[in-house]
Ligand binder design. Structure first.
Ligand code: SF4
Ligand code: SF4
Ligand code: SF4
Length: 311
């Protein structure tokens, strides 16, 4: 692959010509903020928070979608760039509930991180915005009021054959993410794989089983591989003190996020007994609490093992 020389924030690097600015910057250890961009997903350049200034270009360009060229000179933190990013963040925060104190995503939320880094505060009306919580699916907790419409969840759900549960609905200020055009997560055709949860940058989609169980800064994370099938999906154990309090799917870049069966098997295997949450299965249009044996379809296996042992 042909390489090109670029200068980013005064530092030179030689990268393949297929690289975008955000990729080249990353190789230099320069972080460009991004909300809609996720390396494993199609690039849409819709949030525009990754804008940068390129010498010779009149308008700001999005770093996630602009390819590098030989001799390119990029500024990622110029006054103009910072001003544009602050305006985007202000617009997002003005339409976002002021709920960081109790939000499960706090500490891992990209909106919170960038608001801090760019010194942007919630608007006065933010505390008046009501949460719009959908708890109908015990594995995927959704809060529409926190959605920033980055579309990551739509793109990742569409990667699952015959799924595409999530889509954009309505227009303008009414735009939102809908499940099967406008069902609850529980009654939709969602298979609770949690891929969307793993890529949501804010608290709009979260793991329903981990709500209220930990604060991100309290937990150490340990990367493990699932051994339930040959895919060997990657996921994390959440350790709080001496206890393992949860298991969660990793972002796609780190591996293939889990199926629900793998996820539950690993939960049963690793999570401290006192921390295990009840399990649910979908029956008809609703999730109902069930036993671990039923959720993991172990009846037949257990029967056969018992018979073998009798023999
Ligand atoms: S999603 Fe992020 S910005 Fe919104 S309340 Fe939660 S932590 Fe705060
Ligand atoms: S959990 Fe999986 S199937 Fe359900 S909406 Fe998210 S990505 Fe789609
Ligand atoms: S639910 Fe999350 S991932 Fe989906 S569009 Fe909203 S903020 Fe983005």
């Amino acid at each position: 692959m042909k390489k090109v020389n670029v200068v980013i924030d005064g530092r030179s690097i030689s990268v393949p010509e297929s690289h975008t600015i955000i990729m080249a910057a990353k190789e230099l250890g320069i972080e460009i903020p991004a909300l809609c961009y996720e390396p494993s997903l199609e690039i849409v350049a819709s949030c525009r928070i990754c804008v940068v200034e390129i010498e010779g270009s009149r308008k700001l360009e999005t770093a996630c979608s602009t390819k590098v060229w030989d001799g390119m000179n990029v500024q990622t933190k110029s006054e103009r760039v910072i001003k544009e990013r602050r305006q985007i963040l202000q617009l997002l925060l003005d339409n976002h509930p002021n709920d960081c104190l109790t939000c499960q995503k706090a500490g891992e939320c990209l909106l919170q991180k960038y608001a801090y880094e760019y010194d942007v505060k919630f608007g006065d009306e933010s505390s008046e915005i009501d949460l719009k919580v959908d708890k109908s699916n015990p594995y995927v907790y959704r809060d529409e009021s926190k959605c920033i419409l980055c579309g990551r969840c739509v793109r990742i759900c569409a990667q699952i054959p015959e799924r595409s549960v999530l889509c954009f609905a309505n227009r303008g200020t009414e735009m939102k993410i809908a499940a099967d055009y406008d069902k609850t997560m529980g009654s939709s055709s969602c298979v609770a794989c949690q891929r969307c949860v793993s890529v949501c940058p804010v608290g709009a989609l979260m793991d329903g089983r981990l709500m209220g169980r930990h604060r991100s800064w309290e937990c150490e994370k340990e990367h493990i591989k699932c051994t339930v099938c040959q895919y060997g999906c990657d996921f994390e154990l959440l350790k709080k003190g001496s206890k393992i309090v949860g298991v969660r799917s990793m972002a796609p870049g780190g591996g293939r996020p889990l199926c629900l069966k793998g996820r539950l098997t690993n939960e049963l295997n690793y999570v401290d007994m006192s921390e295990l949450a009840p399990v649910y299965m979908k029956k008809g249009e609703e999730y109902v609490q069930t036993s671990w044996v039923e959720a993991l379809a172990l009846h037949r296996l257990i029967n056969r093992i018992e018979k073998l042992e009798e023999r």
